[in-house]
Design a protein around this ligand. Structure first.
Ligand code: PMP
Length: 356
């Protein structure tokens, strides 16, 4: 006789309404949905990675301390290796922060709209979530935020440049938050390389600061899953107690440190992305009824006069995948397009023009 096992009732009660991540089953489309770098990974970097591959990369466990990668990152960011932890994408590090500093009886304050994983990982780790809507221009109202943070908030999230809006939080506003709350403040700088404004240079002044970065955007390594965080040694020490020992695989560590070594090669790609972004912004603004929001990142958020579901579906039929954000409160009829190569942007614009 088989036992009774109702798996649904065995799932943690607070997680029963979660849905799996959309697996994007669209093989033959132009991908302009995930804010990746559209250009080929530089050949010279590729060749060096291949040259350095050896049997140990496959047979041995990865370096749990990612020592060489952290040394390279320390040089890149003007900090010490002990200020750094590498992660399996910054997604893993968001979860690690909540596992360490969140959980039951702890609450995170998230200005929205922003990157959805901050809320999802909070829920997964049992961390309470308070959301705070930003204004029409998506500026984070820092005074209001600090007032809220003082009333029992443990963690504050600031994303700059923000995804999906492209908005930057002025450094003085970030410092205002850091100086006026004892909450842990996560500053997500995933898109740092497109704006080059950072709070990292002030790290020593703020014991409550954690900065998040990623190799998935400017460095074109989304497939390798490498992110990192920067904080003071005492915070790093606590996070290291919770971190999975072999979280970043050997191949990814090698790829990330080689990409960093050749970072000038990516500067050219970043320059082209920024140039294309400005062009695309003007062109979107020129489409009748469209509002494009200024972006300091590698994507543009825009609102259409046509229902965003329709725009999304029609573009997909035409072979272009972008992000439909119409269901996000405050972003009704909005979509986000990742800056592609010149020719991809042209196709996107042409197809969008036909739909509108
Ligand atoms: N933070 C922000 C603001 C992002 O937009 C993203 C990716 N969309 C991430 C973090 C996650 O990046 P990773 O690939 O390093 O997990």
């Amino acid at each position: 006789m088989s036992i009774q096992f109702d798996v649904r009732t065995r799932v943690r009660e607070d997680l029963r309404d979660l849905v799996p991540y959309d697996t994007h089953p669209y093989p033959n489309v132009i991908r302009m949905d995930l804010n990746e770098n559209p250009y080929p990974f530089p050949e010279a970097v590729c060749q060096e990675i291949i040259k350095k591959l050896n049997s140990d990369v496959f047979t041995r466990y990865p370096d749990p301390g990612a020592v060489e990668l952290r040394q390279a990152l320390a040089d890149y960011n003007g900090v010490a290796p002990d200020n750094l932890i590498a992660g399996n994408g910054s997604d893993e590090l968001i979860q690690l922060i909540y596992l360490t500093f969140g959980g039951n009886d702890r609450t995170v304050l998230i200005p929205v709209p922003t990157f959805s994983m901050f809320k999802i990982h909070a829920r997964i780790t049992g961390t309470g979530v308070e959301e705070m809507r930003t204004g029409e221009d998506f500026a984070v109202p820092v005074q209001k935020l600090v007032e809220r943070a003082r009333a029992g908030i443990d963690i504050v999230v600031l994303v700059s440049p923000n995804n999906p809006t492209g908005t930057v939080i002025p450094p003085e506003d970030i410092m205002y938050v850091l100086e006026n709350t004892s909450a842990l403040v996560i500053v997500d700088e995933a898109y740092f390389e497109f704006k080059r404004e950072t709070i990292v240079s002030h790290l020593n002044r703020y014991p409550n600061l954690i900065v998040l970065r990623t190799f998935s955007k400017a460095f074109g390594l989304a497939g390798m899953r490498v992110g990192y965080l920067i904080s003071n040694e005492s915070v790093i020490k606590e996070l290291n107690k919770i971190k999975q020992p072999f979280n970043v695989n050997s191949f990814s560590q090698l790829a990330a440190r080689t990409a960093l070594k050749y970072r000038q090669l990516f500067d050219e790609q970043i320059g082209m992305i920024i140039e294309e972004r400005e062009k695309l912004f003007m062109e979107l603004q020129g489409l009748s009824g469209v509002t494009a929001f200024p972006s300091q990142s590698n994507f543009i958020l825009f609102r259409t006069p046509v229902n965003s579901d329709k725009v999304y579906q029609e573009l997909l039929k035409g072979g272009i995948l972008i992000r439909n954000l119409g269901k996000v409160p405050g972003l009704e009829d909005c979509l986000r397009v990742t800056i592609g190569k010149k020719e991809e942007n042209a196709i996107f614009l042409e197809k969008l023009g036909v739909i509108l």
